[in-house]
Design a protein around this ligand. Structure first.
Ligand code: F0G
Length: 345
């Protein structure tokens, strides 16, 4: 039997894996690229959804983490650390467990979706809630690497970006070409940087004739790149991208310059509209931050007839609270036919 073997094996020729004897993988990647019928009709274009929520820990972070943990292990590390809005910590905890390594995660107190917290805990990470935001958690994780023998696995670790570039490879492998536009949520700005690297490497390598325009979307309350200055107290319902000072700010600016793209803001209301639209019209349950990519194309429009890929970065099950609070708890009825008939008719 031969199935999908995970990114580092499937795309081995695109990586530098010298010195690696053991690949740490959960068979991440190979996620669906769904044609979005109703969304396409709404924006008069051909829109696809790259559903990254179907990775092993439920987000795109697994792409970077297979590489980061594989390299950390090859370098003899025994403990990894990250600051996180939740998904990085879930992925780091999962891959560290697989590798038999310790994992320490710093998360902003009360500002991470409950599913992500549950993941980091059950995978066995040492989870600490910081009285502060993500930017402070990341700064502290960085500082700790100066004082403790730990390897940081945030996207400031170059191995993370390397792994995440495979999202672009998979899109081109399915479409046979790069899309006209890649729409993607932006938080710490690592993923937009990674996708661009993937598209450009495939282009240079002759796998794609053209390059997409990169359209990044930040939440309006956490939009430092759009505003042109750091945001001290970022706020958004999309907690995954509640970030005021992105680590990959400069690379992201280069990406939008080189690709003739842009980074723009969408409000929480627009994000929630897109989040609900995706579930009800496309049967895709992603987390709120992921819906920023779709909110962006709905808000700003796309050229008629163009091919657009929206990256849906994480699974909706990670943040059940938002889904439930948006819909309200279901009514309770007596366990009788009579009561049901009354309620349903
Ligand atoms: N979407 C989701 C679901 C995320 O978790 C993140 C980042 C992003 C988008 C933005 O990606 O940071 O590469 O621009 N989450 C990080 C974390 C910060 O800690 O899980 P980015």
């Amino acid at each position: 039997m031969s199935g999908w073997k995970g990114l580092l094996t499937e795309y081995a020729e695109w990586f530098h894996l010298e010195g690696v004897r053991e690949v740490v993988t959960l068979q991440e990647g190979n996620t669906p690229l769904l044609f979005a019928q109703r969304l396409s009709e709404r924006v008069s274009a051909n829109v696809y959804l790259k559903f990254e929520g179907l990775n092993p820990s439920g987000s795109f972070k697994d792409r970077g983490m297979t590489m980061a943990i594989t390299k950390a292990k090859a370098n003899g590390a025994s403990t990894v650390i990250c600051g996180s809005t939740g998904n990085t910590s879930a992925a780091a905890a999962a891959y560290a467990a697989k590798a038999g390594m310790e994992c320490v995660v710093l998360v902003p107190e009360g500002k991470i979706a409950v599913g992500k917290l549950a993941q980091a805990m059950i995978y066995g990470a040492r989870v600490l809630q910081i009285r502060g935001n993500f930017d402070q958690a990341l700064d502290l994780a960085r500082e700790l690497t100066q004082h403790l023998p730990v390897t940081i696995v945030n996207s400031i670790n170059p191995d993370r970006i390397e792994g995440q570039k495979t999202g672009a490879f998979e899109i081109v492998d399915v479409l046979g070409e790069a899309p006209d536009i890649l729409a993607i949520p932006v938080g710490n700005a690592g993923n937009i940087t990674a996708y661009w690297r993937g598209f450009t490497q495939y282009h240079v390598g002759g796998r794609a004739a053209r390059l997409p325009k990169m359209w990044g979307f930040q939440a309006a309350g956490a939009a430092p790149i759009v505003l042109g200055h750091p945001v001290a107290n970022p706020e958004t319902i999309a907690t995954a991208i509640r970030i005021g000072n992105p680590a990959s700010w400069v690379p992201a600016l280069e990406v939008i310059h080189e690709s003739l793209g842009d980074i723009r803001a969408v409000t929480d209301a627009e994000i929630l509209d897109a989040y609900q639209f995706l579930a009800r019209q496309e049967s895709v349950f992603c987390e709120p931050a992921s819906a920023a990519s779709v909110a962006g194309i709905l808000k700003f429009g796309v050229p008629e007839g163009s091919t657009v890929v929206c990256v849906l970065t994480g699974n909706g099950l990670k943040d059940p609270d938002t889904a439930v609070s948006l819909s309200g708890m279901p009514p309770v009825v007596d366990a009788s036919l009579d009561a049901l008939m009354k309620t349903l008719s």
